[in-house]
Write a protein that binds this ligand. Sequence first.
Ligand SMILES: Nc1nc2c(c(=O)[nH]1)N[C@H]1C(S)=C(S)[C@@H](COP(=O)(O)O)O[C@H]1N2
Ligand SMILES: [Mo]
Length: 359
Amino acid sequence: MTSNDPACRNAGLIVRENQPTNLESPFDHLNGLITPNHLFYVRNHFPVPLIDGGTHELTVSGAVQRPFAIQFEELRAMPAETRAATMECAGNSRVFLPPPVDGVQWQLGAIGTAEWTGVPLSALLDRAGLNDRACEVVFEGADHGKAKEKPAPHGEIRYARSIPVGKAADVLIAYAMNGEDLSPEHGYPLRAVVPGHYGMASVKWLTAIRVTTKPFQGYFQTTDYAYWDEDGTGSPERVPLGEMSLKSQIARPRIDEGIAAGSCYRVFGAAWSEGTVESVGFSDDDGKTWREARLLDPEMRGVWRRWEYEWRVPSTPGIRILKSRARDFRGNVQPDQHDKRFGTYVINHVLPVRVMIRS
Ligand SMILES: Nc1nc2c(c(=O)[nH]1)N[C@H]1C(S)=C(S)[C@@H](COP(=O)(O)O)O[C@H]1N2
Ligand SMILES: [Mo]
């Protein structure tokens, strides 16, 4: 095996599905602010397309004055920006939902933070010139296959997602991740990175950017990665998932870890939202009492903050339930229960970590 072999490149990840490839990051290995590429989760709906960067072309079309196509190498020569962004799959932590549900059985590791380098989407949209009626920007990937859930189109589809035009200012059309070219799994040669949104918006293997004059109604925007907005009127509407909800997770101790009674343990985790996290609470009694954890990273929009808590482990042996709970600057607190409206997505409630205290 060479380091270019996908099996070798992804050896540190937990296999959740082989076809298509779905690999989970071992969240208990959380260390630096940035997740190393070889530990970054992989979420695919279709087989990974192998694309030749030497001939790859990106088109910008639709509700624009000057549609154009740009070669990958030409795009790479444009002024670039680098920014950190945390990416969480909307299905992260699905395995904690009672009762068990279908879908990739993610535990805590369908999340990571990387430094993405690429061309700001706004530079491409400026070159094309948006029409007055421009409403959304659709990103199309090169990967394709049959959709799984109903209602689904009969034939094969490509992976595609949109964002409102107003969101475009934050988006990067990225070709590098933590200073390395994107790997085939992470979207080589080009992907969108939509900071603050769940991962589904950051379309990999990007081939086309299409500006629309009405909201895009594609499969991954309506059937999948969408929910019924039950506002109490009795006529709920289907709404695409968007921004990441406020959440924190405990990386260490691990679920079912054995810990010495009376010892000192550095509890470690991360907390994030589409904006910024203000504080994180830690509980060692199943959420009855809370103490402040210490945040280790500065506030950066859409980037997680790692936290720690020096825990005096109780001297009485037995099972304990540990919890962490994030708070943001608007006073929002991570919820105690999963919001059922989101179905098998947006699993941001306080997650229990059961540990065994040993004498
Ligand atoms: N073309 C394409 N883009 C895609 C996907 C996909 O299946 N095809 N999966 C999306 C989802 S659901 C997530 S969570 C992120 C995951 O990015 P990663 O595999 O680099 O971690 O990619 C998104 N972009
Ligand atoms: Mo996802």
